[in-house]
Design a protein around this ligand. Structure first.
Ligand code: MG
Ligand code: ZN
Ligand code: ZN
Length: 274
């Protein structure tokens, strides 16, 4: 019998890409076209890392903008196809000795599920309802208790729990780099709060016992103020990690590069204020 793939359910907005938030006007709260789509630093690498380690990734996203008539199904499909294109391009940047991901493989192992309904529709797919996860589980024979759900809202966590997923990660960029635990719940194997998707994927691979020789991190250069994703080798704990900035060649100490959790350069006062 073929071995069942490991599975990660991914919320999209504010996990993979920056959500749009505006106090007024519905349309300004949604990514309605590709020009409005912005990857969060490290999220593209995080998805590729899952795929290259043979995970199945199901993006599960509430898109009430369809039900509200702001966009059409096809507009969201176009955005997701652009995401696939960019992921495909990014896989070519993998070192040559890594298994090459063919576009077909990428498309086959990354699926998008969207709920087009509004809250008033009372559907079974809008998170916190578990419908999208259950549909994916049915279609791809997913073992839900060993799958992971990664989202930034309580409704994502609730949808995971209701579907029977036991490994839940809440993304919260304000939480700092130390993983904190989601309040104890006997239903969970792993419930943690982690600042970004790349760190969440590092955690998932670690918990699932997937051997990787390196570790990707979102790193911020205090010299030229750029944010970059770097491969950090596992070394003995007494070595201080140093990363050479790809832009300005500054040698960034580990204590400096973790000063950003959001993938944005910190504002000046945060670092130099005294
Ligand atoms: Mg979200
Ligand atoms: Zn729905
Ligand atoms: Zn630099």
């Amino acid at each position: 019998m073929a071995m069942r793939k490991r599975v990660v359910f991914l919320d999209r907005d504010d996990v993979v890409n920056k959500g749009r938030h505006h106090p007024s006007g519905d349309a300004r709260n949604y990514v309605t076209k590709w020009e409005e789509f912005e990857w969060i630093a490290g999220s593209k690498e995080a998805i590729i890392r899952l795929l290259e380690n043979d995970y199945f990734v199901a993006v599960v996203s509430n898109q009430a903008c369809i039900g509200k008539g702001i966009v059409e199904h096809g507009d969201i499909r176009t955005i997701h196809n652009m995401m696939l294109d960019e992921l495909y391009v990014a896989t070519r940047l993998l070192p040559a000795d890594k298994p090459k991901l063919l576009q077909g493989y990428l498309v086959g192992n990354l699926q998008f599920y969207i709920c087009p309904h509004t809250e008033g529709d009372q559907c079974s797919c809008r998170k916190p309802a578990p419908g999208m996860l259950l549909a994916a589980a049915y279609e791809y024979n997913i073992h839900l208790p060993s799958a992971w759900m990664v989202g930034n809202q309580q409704s994502d966590i609730a949808a995971g729990l209701r579907a029977g997923v036991k490994n839940l990660i809440r993304i919260d960029a304000s939480q700092g780099m130390l993983n904190s635990h989601i309040p104890a719940n006997s239903l969970l194997n792993h419930g943690v709060i982690i600042p970004n998707l790349l760190h969440a994927v590092n955690y998932i691979l670690e918990q699932d016992g997937v051997e990787t020789e390196d570790h990707l991190e979102v790193i911020w250069c205090p010299e030229c103020r750029t944010v970059q994703v770097a491969s950090v080798e596992h070394t003995a704990p007494f070595f201080t990690h140093i990363h050479e900035c790809t832009q300005c060649k500054y040698m960034i100490l580990e204590s400096e590069w973790n000063q950003t959790t959001t993938g944005e350069a910190p504002v000046e006062e945060d670092i130099r204020g005294c």
